[in-house]
Design a protein around this ligand. Structure first.
Ligand code: SAH
Length: 218
């Protein structure tokens, strides 16, 4: 669990790369510079070489740790304010979760693969990252804890899950990659009233698919 000057230097460079790709929000860049991404990989020898490349990588169970630029883009689009309730679909390695935690928000994160959920829960406790983690199906959201100020999905959904729209507060923002196949469109949905939404598109992205029903192992 070491985080040394070399990692810090690489993170500074990574934040610079992300900035050059168009992320302007200084709090988001600071979060990229703060979160020790190398600790979110299961293979530490691999992490030593690649953790600060601006790329997505395998994390086991057929899943990936998101690309830092994409994490920064989704975080920027959420327009987070301290104290807000944020629902995340697809905990995965917990890297995006850790970036959200830099904003002092209350995080509820769902993962459908039990082995990943178990592994990431241990890591978050070790790193003292405050987030409530759930093993479940993100398509259903978390009705018990709704409504949420912000919702972020880090897996590509074929269409926007109705339960998530319902669990978004009026005035709330959802950021979700939408599309079937390997490429999706990054969508930002702003809930204007109980049944009025404004949808924006923020470019093409590549995520693993959002799948229904929780599983023990993939
Ligand atoms: N933000 C994560 C990305 C992980 S990849 C990271 O940076 O590590 C997307 C994750 O979404 C995978 O772990 C996958 O298992 C999970 N996932 C896919 N469909 C889901 C669903 N319906 N509910 C919850 N998690 C889901």
């Amino acid at each position: 669990m070491e985080d040394n000057y070399k990692h810090k230097g690489l993170r500074k460079k990574l934040a610079e790369i992300v900035k050059n790709k168009g992320i302007l929000n200084s709090a988001v860049l600071e979060a990229i510079e703060t979160v020790p991404r190398h600790l979110f990989f299961s293979d530490s020898a691999f992490a030593y070489i690649h953790a600060y490349d601006d790329k997505a990588f395998p994390i086991g169970s057929g899943q990936t740790i998101s690309q830092p630029y994409t994490v920064a883009l989704q975080t920027e689009l959420l327009e987070l304010n301290s104290g807000e309730k944020v629902l995340e679909i697809g905990t995965g390695s917990g890297y995006q979760t850790a970036v959200l935690a830099c904003f002092g928000v209350k995080i509820y994160s769902i993962e459908r693969v039990k082995t990943l959920y178990d592994k990431t829960r241990v890591l978050m406790a070790k790193l003292k990252i405050q987030a409530k983690l759930f093993y479940g199906d993100g398509y259903l959201g978390l009705p018990t804890f709704a409504p949420f100020d912000k919702i972020i999905a880090t897996a590509g959904a074929p269409s926007i899950p109705p339960a998530l729209l319902q669990q978004l507060k009026i005035g709330g923002i959802m950021v979700i990659p939408v599309g079937e196949g390997s490429e999706q469109i990054m969508k930002r949905i702003i809930k204007k009233s109980e049944n009025e939404y404004v949808t924006e598109e923020h470019g093409v992205c590549r995520f693993v698919p959002m799948l229904e029903k929780r599983v023990e192992e993939k």
